[in-house]
Design a protein around this ligand. Sequence first.
Ligand SMILES: Nc1ncnc2c1ncn2[C@@H]1O[C@H](COP(=O)(O)OP(=O)(O)OP(=O)(O)O)[C@@H](O)[C@H]1O
Ligand SMILES: [Mg+2]
Length: 357
Amino acid sequence: MTAARSTTAAHTTRPGSPASGARLAPAPTATAAPPLADTPLAISARGLTKSYGDKVVLDGIDLRIPEGSVFALLGPNGAGKTTTVEILSTLISADSGEARVAGHDLARDIDAVRGSIGVTGQFAAVDNLLTARENLLLMSDLRHLDRREGRRRAAELLRRFELTEAARKPVATFSGGMRRKLDLAMTLVGAPRIIFLDEPTTGLDPRSRRTMWEIIRSLVADEGVTIFLTTQYLEEADQLADRIAVLDHGKLVAEGTAEELKRLVPGSHIRVRFADETRLDAAAALFTTGTRDSEALTLHVPGDGGIPTLRAVLDVLDNASITAETLTVHTPDLDDVFLTLTGHGGAGSDVRTAAAA
Ligand SMILES: Nc1ncnc2c1ncn2[C@@H]1O[C@H](COP(=O)(O)OP(=O)(O)OP(=O)(O)O)[C@@H](O)[C@H]1O
Ligand SMILES: [Mg+2]
C-alpha cells in the first residue's frame, strides 16, 4: 500500500494538489503592452516563451480562448504542445510572457488557477496497483471532497465512462483505452471549469475515440466547461474544436475555425489520371488552369465536385477523344492545412488522396 501511495505521488502534479511552485517569470513586456482584456475568456496568454538550453520551444505564443469552447492545439511531434499545456496548467513556468487562466493571473494566483482546472496528461497518470474505484476515491481525497460525496462522484463517473463492471479490478489489468477513460474520469472528480487534455485519444480504437468525443462534447454543452486539447488527429480537431491553432517551430502559424483554416490551402480540384503522358499532354493543353503531375500522370483541374463540373470536364475530354483512367474529387481538409502549414508538404501535394488513389 505504501508503494501504491508513493506511485500515486505522481498525481500531485495535478493542479489543486501541492505541486512544485511553478511561476511565470515577470513579463518583460508587461509594462509596454496593455493588460489583457477583461472579457469572458477562460484562457488568455500573451508572448509566452520557453527554452530548454539553446532550444527555443515556444517563441511568443498568444492565446484567447472563450469560456465554454473547445480549443485544439495542433503541431508536429516536438512542436511544444505539451509544453504549452504544462505552462498553462502551472506544471512548469514560462521564461517570459503573461497568462490568465479562469480569470486568475498565472504568475500571481497559482493556487486559484489550480483550483479551477483539471489536466489529463499525455501519458495516463493512473495508479496500476489500485482499482479504478480506488483511483477515483483517492482523487476525491486529494480534492478534499467529503467521503459520501466522493463515493457518489466515483460511482457516477464509473457509470458515465462505462467502467462500472471493471470498477473493482486493478488498473494493471486495464486496456489502454480503459486507462485513458479512467484518467479523464479522475480529472473530472474535482469538477474543473477548464480541462486540459493532452492527446486524449491517442491509441484509442475508433469506437473508444467516439465515446471520448461524446464525453468531451457533453462536458462543453451540458456543463459549459472549457476544453484545451492537443491532438495529432486532425479529424478530432475538425469534429470537436471551435477554434484550432497550429504550432510549428515555436510559433502559432495559423489560428481559426476548421473552415477558416481549410480556406488557407488551395481549393477543391478534380483530379484526372491518364494512361500515358501523351494523353496527359493533350488534356493539359485543353485545361489551361489545370496543373499537371507528370509522375502520377494526373491533371488537377480547379473546380468543385458537383455533377455539372464533372460532366463538363468529361465532355471536354470526350470531344477531344481523350480517354481518362480515373477521376477523383479532392476537397481540402485539415490534413492538407497541417501538411502545408508545417512545411511537410507543398500546396500542390496531397498525401491523403495520393495514398488513397
Ligand atoms: N524537460 C525538458 N528538457 C529538455 N527539453 C525538453 C523538455 N521538455 C520538452 N523538451 C523539448 O521541447 C520540445 C517540445 O516538446 P513537447 O513535449 O512540448 O512537444 P509536443 O508538441 O507535445 O510533441 P508530441 O507531439 O511528441 O507530444 C521538444 O524538442 C522536447 O524535446
Ligand atoms: Mg506532447
